[in-house]
Ligand binder design. Structure first.
Ligand code: MG
Length: 160
């Protein structure tokens, strides 16, 4: 069995007049995240973890923010494309672990829907998908509510 691990990290800044999307779920909040796509920082970090496990560069390499076709794109579309790339290479996703770092808004009520959404897009059982939320105790840019960061890890396996 070939076992591959990957990690991902992403940051987006808050901006007015934007929707807030995290793990494919729309979160009610007065600010959204700024980006070329829907700026789903959690899915972006997860995609980078999945790509990283197979040394397939990063999300910006495959879906450049200069490409008109990705303007405002639903990041779930990007995640499903990354999952296809993994499947094409004969790997399956064993588990993923996503940590969203945000002072606000409160994410706890949305975690179950986030897990269900990611599991659906990755075609794996929800008990293989971990989504966690933490704050930085009001320290740093996330603590000042200037933006949201996300770290993710992924484990991929291939039966030999
Ligand atoms: Mg991003």
């Amino acid at each position: 069995m070939d076992i591959r691990s990957g990690n991902g990290f992403d940051v987006h800044r808050f901006a007015p007049d934007r929707e807030l999307w995290l793990c494919g779920v729309k979160i009610p909040y007065e600010l959204g995240l700024l980006g070329h796509s829907d700026a789903d920082v959690a899915i972006h970090a997860l995609c980078d973890a999945l790509l990283g496990a197979l040394a397939l560069r990063d999300i910006g390499y495959h879906f450049p923010d200069t490409a008109e076709e990705y303007r405002g794109v639903d990041s779930r579309v990007l995640l499903r494309k990354v999952v296809s790339m993994i499947e094409e290479r004969g790997y399956s996703i064993s588990n993923v672990d996503v940590t969203i770092i945000a002072q606000a808004p409160k994410l706890l009520p949305h975690i179950p829907q986030m897990i269900a959404t990611l599991a659906d897009d990755m075609k794996i059982a929800p008990d293989r998908v971990s989504v966690k939320a933490t704050t930085t105790e009001r320290l740093g840019f996330t603590g000042r509510k200037e933006g949201i960061a996300t770290q993710a890890t992924a484990l991929l396996i291939k039966a030999l």
